[in-house]
Design a protein around this ligand. Structure first.
Ligand code: NAP
Length: 280
């Protein structure tokens, strides 16, 4: 039976490290502050925003909350971001996605000062990751690297297959695994023989957004399986992109859903916030 990679425990360790760092900064008279902007009142976004505020409180960093109405114009949002870019007491700026359809998401991401881009979505942050320079890294893939390292999984020299090529998960994940010296394959909806490609993997990272799609037939005996997907099943219970019951007897280690990758995303956001002060 596979080792269960405990994202809850590892994320708590990271948050506690952040709390110690934030405390040490406070003693030097430096306070960390994250500004969180939400446009509209999408219920899922409200849950995420609330969890981020709770994490800030746990770590002991200040959070500023901007809950803007759905009709907010792009110009109004830009104005707020520019104001926050200029504020010395604000270290990180996070705009909760998705934004309402009338707002150009790419333009908004680009407007955030890269030194405050704690989500790691700014083209400058992505470019820095691509050419191996320091900068913020998208929180979910950065969290997966922490999960692997802190669970004692060797990455260097291993074959890694990532299913999914989104800008927030698949692509930065591929760059991070490359940085860790894995041999990386990125699969997507046009990949031929997906099952055969996946069966090559020592480390299989699944971010495809398809509930319980990956069963044991996609997994090599002894592979490490990381499940990024989050869905609600027929019984309203959380499940991932991986069929945990089918895969766990074959894998050497696996992340559960919930309690695997999910809690790591917020922990890495907190890490980015605490570290942002060093860039400024
Ligand atoms: P996304 O933007 O929808 O991307 C899905 C990717 O999977 C695409 O690249 C797509 O290929 C590929 N794909 C879809 N069907 C496929 C198939 N049958 N075979 C092979 N590849 C296929 O999703 P995302 O934002 O990366 O998120 C993926 C999942 O992770 C979702 O369930 C999301 O809720 C979850 N998520 C979790 C966290 C967390 O904190 N745990 C964070 C972010 C996302 P094409 O590019 O060819 O369309």
């Amino acid at each position: 039976m596979a080792q269960i990679i405990d994202g809850k425990m590892i994320s708590t360790m990271i948050k506690d490290e952040c709390r110690n760092k934030a405390e040490a900064l406070k003693e030097q008279g430096r306070e960390v502050c994250l500004a969180v902007i939400q446009v509209g009142c999408d219920p899922a976004s409200s849950v995420y925003v609330n969890n981020k505020k709770k994490a800030c409180a746990y770590i002991g960093i200040n959070s500023l909350s901007y809950e803007l109405k759905e009709e907010t114009t792009q110009e109004e949002l830009m104005k707020l971001i520019n104001e926050l870019n200029g504020r010395k007491d604000v270290n990180g700026i996070l705009v909760q996605l998705p934004l309402p359809g009338h707002i150009d998401e790419n333009a908004i991401i680009k407007a955030i000062d890269p030194k405050k881009d704690v989500d790691g979505f700014h083209p400058q942050s992505v470019g820095a990751l691509c050419i191996g320079q320091p900068g913020f890294v998208s929180c979910t893939p950065a969290g997966i690297i922490e999960l692997l390292k802190r669970s004692g999984v060797t990455i260097c020299g291993k074959r890694c297959v990532i299913i999914g090529r989104s800008n927030i998960v698949g692509k930065p994940m591929a760059l991070l695994m490359l940085r860790e010296n894995a041999t990386v394959t990125v699969a997507h909806s046009r990949t031929e023989n997906l099952r055969e490609v996946c069966r090559q993997a020592d480390i299989l990272i699944v971010a495809m957004g398809k509930p319980r799609y990956i069963d044991a037939s996609y997994v090599k005996e002894g592979a490490v399986v990381i499940d990024v997907g989050i869905h609600r099943n027929e019984d309203n219970k959380l499940c991932g992109d991986v069929d945990f019951e089918s895969v766990s007897p074959v894998a050497s280690a696996i992340t559960p859903v919930p309690g695997g990758v999910g809690p790591m995303t917020i922990a890495m956001l907190m890490k980015n916030c605490v570290e942002s002060i060093e860039l400024q």
